[in-house]
Design a protein around this ligand. Structure first.
Ligand code: KG4
Ligand code: ZN
Length: 360
């Protein structure tokens, strides 16, 4: 029996994604983004994102079917992100998926966006301009896999024993996501939106040691020990860091001095990347995890990639970073996880489910 042909739909934030896979083979990953419409507001506006999904969905679907050279009738199952994410944005993708499932009488799977970020690691590229390169894992995921997901909406470390039924959250941010911290600090430094790429670039010309910013939740009372973990051993907090950067900028301005923006950017980035990587590696070591997948839009960050590689190597952890178009939000990851559920014989979700913006 040939592997299932699965259509995946993603609409949890500003990307309208439609991906098509056959089992673990990636046929197409088509994405439309409404980011340009949010730039002047300095952040994603939910109402605008929802309307943009409505405009983009049918053209994106048509393009994906064209690129994959298949029709809706060929599809074996439909998968859609049902949470977490922006409620109105999720609703557009979920309604579209339900309508397609009803009209074509295909099974429908509700997908957790975060788990989909991990499922993408299974995809073997079938080539094609937008598919973005080679496979991360061949055939199956390792049996005890860690996943570090860092984006504008999430910062999490997961342990995956089985992608279809055993995914555990080890730690997460208790306030801002890391990408959100980048965006807020970039705005403070007058670097525009989205701020991650701008800070990444500017930081290369700055001295990361010129200023030392705080690493949140690293005090012993939060960390505890491997045997007796503290309440936030694997968690992050970036709101204090953002405030520290604001104070620092104010102090330069109060003294009538020019703000050394490159140094501030580099020191901020170092604080974020240091605490993300140290806690992720700690979580892996404490849980005997020797394979780590890095995902999310912030995986594009040069310093995060560099320090994660260094620290994983030093701890004997094998690091996998999927091609960037598969790290940012996309429909192929949703299709990839959907295909795993089909192949594992998991019952479809039916059409009775609702989007859940705060899905765990
Ligand atoms: O995964 P993504 O495309 O969308 C979601 O947030 O779900 O991630 C976007 C986030 C933004 O906050 C952006 O500033 C950040 O990823 N980002 C970066 C870099 N490229 C994108 N942050 C740091 N360094 C980068 N090079
Ligand atoms: Zn995401």
């Amino acid at each position: 029996r040939t592997a299932p042909l699965v259509l995946g739909i993603e609409s949890s934030c500003d990307e309208t994604g439609v991906g098509i896979v056959r089992g673990t083979a990636l046929l197409t990953n088509t994405v439309a983004s409404s980011m340009e419409e949010h730039v002047r507001f300095g952040g994603v506006i939910p109402e605008i994102a929802s309307r943009a999904h409505l405009d983009a969905f049918v053209p994106t679907l048509r393009k994906a079917l064209d690129e994959a050279g298949v029709t809706l009738a060929d599809i074996d199952a439909i998968a859609v992100t049902s949470g977490p994410g922006l409620a109105g944005a999720l609703m557009v993708g979920v309604c579209a998926a339900k309508a397609l499932a009803l009209a074509t009488d295909k099974p429908l799977y509700a997908i957790n966006h975060l788990v989909a970020h991990v499922g993408v690691g299974l995809l073997q590229s079938a080539g094609g301009a937008e598919s973005g390169g080679t496979a991360a894992f061949t055939g199956a995921l390792p049996g005890n896999l860690g996943a570090l997901l860092v984006s504008g909406g999430h910062t999490e470390i997961l342990r995956i024993r089985s992608i279809t039924n055993d995914v555990e959250l080890l730690g997460s941010t208790i306030d801002d996501a890391a990408g959100e911290a980048y965006d807020k600090v970039a705005r403070l430094l007058g670097l525009g939106y989205p701020g991650g790429p701008a800070i990444d670039k500017l930081a290369r010309t700055g001295n990361a040691r010129a200023i030392r910013f705080p690493r949140g939740l690293t005090q012993p009372k939060y960390m505890g020990t491997a045997e007796e973990p503290g309440p936030h051993r694997y968690d992050w907090s970036f709101s204090g860091l953002k405030t520290a950067v604001a104070r620092c900028v104010e102090q330069f301005e109060a003294r009538g001095e020019d703000v050394p923006v490159a140094d501030v950017a580099a020191a901020f980035q170092e604080a974020v990347v240091d605490v993300i990587t140290s806690k992720a590696v700690l979580a892996c070591r404490d849980h005997g995890i020797t394979e780590l997948l890095l995902g999310g839009g912030v995986a594009a960050n040069s310093r995060l990639r560099q320090l994660t590689e260094q620290r994983c190597r030093a701890s004997g952890i094998r690091l996998t970073v999927p091609p960037l178009p598969l790290c940012t939000d996309n429909g192929a990851m949703v299709a990839a996880l959907g295909a795993q559920l089909v192949m594992a014989g998991v019952e479809p979700s039916g059409t009775g489910f609702a989007p859940d913006s705060s899905m765990p």
